[in-house]
Design a protein around this ligand. Structure first.
Ligand code: B16
Ligand code: MG
Length: 217
C-alpha cells in the first residue's frame, strides 16, 4: 500500500536526548547513594518517566518508597532535565533528519511525532522543527506507554490516515513493537540485532530518502 504518512519517535531518531536524561537520572541516583551507569541508562530508552524511575530504583536496590516520594523524585529529575534541554540548539538535530522531513513534505507525505516524552514540544521548539510536523502526539496526549500502539494510532488518526498507510521510525524495541501492534510498517534506527522485526534498519535518517522509503512493501 502507498505510504502517505510518516510517524517519528523523537529521542534516538530526531535528536539524542538520552544523554540529557542520563545526566539527570544519574544526579538523582547519586543523591540516593548509588551510581547509575550508561549501560543502565540503555534500559530507559523509549520508556515512560515513571517506568524509568522504577528501573532506576531497582538498579539501586531501593524498595518501599511511597507513591508520593516517587512522584517527588520524578519531578526533581524532570526539573534537572528541563534545565538541560532548555539550552539545546538546532545544531543538535541528528544528521539528515531536517532534510528528510523537508523531502517528505515536498512529496506530500504527512508527518507526525510519536514520542513518549512530555517535554517533546520544548525540544522541537528549541530545535526549530515544530513547523515541519503536521501533528504532534507526545506523552501529554497518551495514557498507555509503548509497546501499546496508542501514540502511533493517534498520530495516524491526526493525519487522517489508516495505520497501514503509515511508516514508523523508531530506535527502541518497545517502540518497534508499538508500531507492529498498531498494524504499521516500521524503519528501525540503530542495530539490526535489536530491531530485526523492522521492515528496514538504517543507521540514521541521513540514510533515508523518499525513493528508499517507497521500496518498503
Ligand atoms: P519525559 P521517545 C522517551 O522519548 C525517552 O526515550 C525516554 O528515555 C523517556 O523516559 C521518555 O521519552 C519520557 O520522557 O520524561 O521527557 O516525559 O524515545 O519516546 O521520543
Ligand atoms: Mg526513542
Amino acid at each position: 500500500m502507498e505510504i502517505k504518512g510518516c510517524l517519528f519517535d523523537l529521542d534516538g531518531v530526531i535528536v539524542d536526548t538520552a544523554k540529557y536524561h542520563y545526566i539527570a537520572w544519574r544526579q538523582l541516583a547519586q543523591k540516593l547513594g548509588f551510581d547509575f551507569t550508561e549501560k543502565d541508562n540503555e534500559r530507559l530508552k523509549g520508556v515512560s518517566r515513571m517506568a524509568s524511575l522504577e528501573i532506576l530504583l531497582e538498579v539501586g536496590g531501593i524498595k518501599g518508597k511511597s507513591e508520593e516520594e516517587k512522584q517527588a523524585m520524578a519531578a526533581e529529575k524532570n526539573a534537572n532535565y528541563v534545565d538541560l534541554i532548555s539550552k539545546m540548539t538546532p545544531e543538535e538535530v541528528l544528521p539528515g533528519a531536517t532534510d528528510f522531513l523537508k523531502e517528505l513534505r515536498k512529496n506530500g507525505i504527512k508527518i507526525s511525532l510519536g514520542s513518549a516524552s512530555k517535554n517533546a514540544m520544548t525540544i522541537l521548539t528549541r530545535l526549530g522543527l515544530v513547523e515541519l510536523f503536521d501533528a504532534i502526539i507526545d506523552g501529554t496526549k497518551v495514557s498507555k506507554a509503548k509497546p501499546d500502539p496508542e501514540v502511533f494510532l493517534k498520530g495516524a488518526e491526526a493525519l487522517g490516515l489508516k495505520p497501514e498507510e503509515c511508516v514508523v521510525f523508531e530506535d527502541a524495541a518497545a517502540g518497534l513493537e508499538a508500531a507492529i501492534n498498531g498494524g504499521m510498517r516500521c524503519v528501525g534506527i540503530g542495530s539490526p540485532d535489536v530491531l530485526h522485526r523492522a521492515n528496514m534498519v538504517v543507521n540514521g535518517l541521513h540514510e533515508m530518502n523518499v525513493e528508499k522509503l517507497n521500496t518498503i512493501k
